[in-house]
Design a protein around this ligand. Sequence first.
Ligand code: SAM
Length: 283
Amino acid sequence: MKSKARIRSLESALYIVATPIGNLGDITHRAIETLAGVDLVAAEDTRHTKKLLSHLGLTKDMQSLHDHNERDKASYLLDLVAAGGSVALVSDAGTPLISDPGYVLVAQARQRELKVVPVPGACALIAALSASGLACDRFSFEGFLPVKSKAKRDALEILKSEPRTCVYYESTHRIVDTLKVVAELLPKRQITIARELTKTFETFLSGPSEDVLGLVASDANQQKGEFVLIVEGWRQEVTNEIGEEPARLLNALSRELPPKKAAMIVADHYGLNKKLLYQSLIE
Ligand code: SAM
């Protein structure tokens, strides 16, 4: 693909440019124009981004910027911007900073009161969430789950009383293990896994956690590629019985206290049945 973008000089700024997460057709017109117009492209992996640029018919000066050199590179790149230049930050796929490098660079740019311009586009979490069928009105993006088993369990345990939809990135090596923990801790909870978004084998699997685990664990093909895991928020089924306000307090307290203690406080406060409250928590 040869770029038809006119190379025009851009306003001096740090541009945060989203690139495709699989399907190259997802690059935006403005991303192409920006990449064509900047003085320098800072990329997580310059070899990877070179392929994208050459697909767009562009040859650019590049610098690598990754987790291990971000602090050192940030001042060099921002000096260029401060001197009137323009720099584009891209990651290997999707939106920079979203489970990708760039935070230090952008934070320092803001501290130095330099202009930072987002050039939005693909992002795996938004693509997955928007097509999942799960509630999108309130959600929490949690990035990658911890690798260590205890820390992963602790992170997922919180979902027992988390009312928001929660979104995670997961790797091919860990997807089955993670689904096992989700099914064990959150039985019957609705989940979606979005695999290989925008690519040939794009797949959405949705249903109760134990069913999705069954589908993935029994099919090696479903374990390949890149994954977004989405877990429906906790629904307070007894809300009607105990009232919305007590249910909210119970939910909030249960994050900090053992279920028995949380149930006792809410029961005392509202004159409700302790057992009913406790039952609703452990269920
Ligand atoms: N910055 C990227 C974004 O905007 O989505 C995310 C980068 S993060 C290092 C990579 C992870 O994002 C993958 O391990 C996977 O969990 C998720 N991901 C990226 N592309 C994906 C795709 N095409 N389908 C499903 N998940 C994807």
